[in-house]
Design a binder for this molecule. Structure first.
Ligand code: ATP
Ligand code: MG
Length: 566
């Protein structure tokens, strides 16, 4: 379609792909893959890679495979495989029937190992891990040849077969590519391509194998086997590209994909290393991989983010080659923008204060209509019950106004209950400790509606009817770390020292308007004047539903950061 061709590519990778298509490379096909290792849940950084790989395939009428890079069985787990599939789907992408595992290719990869040996380009080495490291040299110093480097093809074939057969202990032998121990690129100094791992049960292949191929060997060959055209990966693999190409040049593979690197997403106030995320889970610092404070897809989903917001964020950060330290405020604004349009409005009182409306008859109640969204009529309306007893928020009442800006309720003053009547506070009731426990108010029956004539009441506050309020627990989530860069915050400190002590505050007694009794797990709402919330998908607390705060209405961190900068 011509209109499509006229759209300028939005990043350098799309530009490369368009040029390749114009030149008729790869028979005009675009094939990408998303290759997670199933050793943890997917996080926001993976979302960037998913949106890129699946997005490119969608926009150029190509395909994107989901391939599990499962060559490290001792760290991997089938539960991560399942979680990853769920999360990719939830993000809005689909691999159709192209679900693969690197382990699908173990037999082929073994064959490629044999092919390298036959070419004199690989050898079995008996040095242990420490010796291999010593022989490797440094950035400024060439490495030394292994004493096993000159083994004959026959001997290597025999030893490799016996490695596979289980004859040798872990670490006793490895298979190495024979490239160049003096290469300025350390990755080319005879890298290990197979190691021995006994006693692990692989989630796909069981106990069939006791030798496992290394990532660099596996990845390029899996790409070639699947006919990937553009193998998109993060910048730390740039120095591995010569090795990626070396394997594909030396071996008879069905194709030679092109590796292109882009920068990783690094997000403020977050860690995304799976090792660290695993530590947070295993150490009980969070409730699990899907804790709403985790930067995982599952955590963000449970927190109440919609996939639209995450995809929008990935669009906005773009794809480049340069470092990519992204402000948390950007992600949070995407979430706010999305929920602002999509979340119906509701009323919820988080710190309840009882109000008795003394001139409203005890047995009476009435149904009031309230719009679900102030700008979007199509979102409809819902009914609110008004009755003699209501709750308002403690912070919406003060006996005496502290300053002129305080437009809420004061002793003797008036305020409008949103979507309902104007009330006046006639009496304040306190307990023995002098704490305010109840207000006695009167309502003006002529004030129903948005702005009846003759009434000038400045403040509007939210409320819920005590008659049918839903009693809940509300969890106020905030950023997990209090430092923008917990990984590099201070030499002497550790990222866990920067955990935000206020990342979760639990309010055990909150009241929601009755319509929220029908909320579905994960469903998002704006609690007016409070923020965006969703019904937690996991919890009931003592029989009560739990609502999670997804995000505040405004960026409350901006002020703090401003202060810190002064
Ligand atoms: P970790 O280093 O935390 O273990 P990883 O990169 O090894 O992460 P994988 O499961 O191997 O995790 O990643 C799958 C894909 O997602 C890879 O192509 C990787 O480059 C990409 N990816 C991982 N983290 C990020 C990130 N922060 N930004 C962009 N892409 C990422
Ligand atoms: Mg990896």
């Amino acid at each position: 379609m011509s209109s499509e061709e006229q759209v300028k590519p939005t990043n350098f990778i799309r530009q490369i792909i368009e040029e390749d298509l114009q030149q008729g490379k790869n028979e005009g096909k675009v094939a990408t893959r998303f290759p997670p290792e199933p050793n943890g849940f997917l996080h926001i950084g993976h979302a960037k890679s998913i949106c890129l790989n699946f997005g490119v395939a969608r926009d150029y009428h190509g395909t994107c495979n989901l391939r599990f890079d499962d060559t490290n069985p001792h760290k991997e787990n089938i539960k991560y495989v399942e979680a990853i599939k769920t999360d990719v789907h939830w993000l809005g992408f689909d691999w159709d029937d192209r679900l693969y595992y690197a382990s699908d290719y173990f037999e082929k990869l073994y064959g490629y190992g044999v092919e390298l040996i036959n070419k004199g380009k690989a050898y079995v080495c008996d040095l242990n891990a420490e010796e291999i490291r010593q022989y490797r040299g440094t950035l400024t110093e060439a490495g030394k040849d292994s004493p096993y480097r000159s083994r004959s093809v026959e001997e290597n074939l025999d030893l490799f077969a016996r490695m596979r057969g289980g004859e040798f202990a872990d670490g006793a032998k490895v298979l190495r590519a024979k490239i160049d121990m003096a290469s300025p690129n350390i990755n080319l100094r005879d890298p290990t391509i197979y190691r021995i791992r006994h006693g692990v049960v692989h989630h796909q292949t069981g106990e069939e194998w006791c030798i496992y191929p290394m990532y660099d060997f596996t990845h390029c060959l899996s790409d070639a086997i699947e006919g990937i055209t553009h193998s998109l990966c993060t910048l730390e693999f740039e120095d591995h590209r010569p090795l990626y190409d070396w394997f594909l040049d030396e071996l008879q593979t069905p194709s030679h994909p092109q590796q292109i690197e882009f920068s990783r997403l690094v997000l403020e106030y977050t860690v995304t290393s799976k090792r660290k995320l695993t530590e947070l889970v295993d150490g009980g610092y969070v409730e699990g991989w899907d804790d709403p404070r985790m930067p995982t897809i599952a955590g963000m989903r449970r927190r109440g983010y919609r996939s639209e917001a995450i995809r929008d964020f990935c669009d906005r950060i773009g794809v480049t080659k340069s470092d990519n330290f992204i402000e948390m405020a950007l992600l949070e604004n995407c979430v706010r923008d999305d929920l602002n349009t999509h979340a119906p409005r509701r009323m919820a009182v988080l710190h309840p204060l009882k109000v008795v409306i003394t001139n409203y008859p005890e047995e009476q109640n009435e149904q009031l209509t309230a719009p679900n969204h102030p700008q979007d009529e199509a979102m409809g309306s819902r009914q609110l019950t008004f009755s003699r007893e209501v709750y308002i928020d403690q912070t919406d009442f003060m006996e005496v106004a502290p300053n002129k800006k305080f437009k809420r309720l004061v002793s003797g003053g008036e305020v409008r209950l949103r979507n309902a009547y104007v009330i006046r506070c006639d009496e304040v009731i306190k307990n023995d400790q002098g704490e305010i426990i109840e207000l006695r108010c009167s309502y003006d029956p002529d004030t129903l509606g948005a702005n009846p004539e003759g009434r000038k009441v400045k403040g509007v506050i939210h409320w819920v009817s005590a008659a049918n309020a839903v009693s809940t627990e509300v969890r106020l989530y905030d950023r997990l770390f209090s430092h923008p860069n917990p990984d590099k915050a201070g030499e002497s400190k550790f990222y866990k020292d920067y955990l935000n002590p206020d990342s979760l505050r639990t309010l055990t007694q909150c009241y929601l308007e009755a319509s929220l009794a029908d909320a579905k797990p994960g469903e998002q709402f704006q609690f007016e004047r409070e923020g965006y919330f969703c019904l937690d998908s996991e919890h009931l607390s003592e029989g009560k539903p739990v609502f999670n705060r997804t995000i505040t209405l405004r960026d409350t961190w901006a002020k703090i950061e401003q202060k810190g900068a002064n």
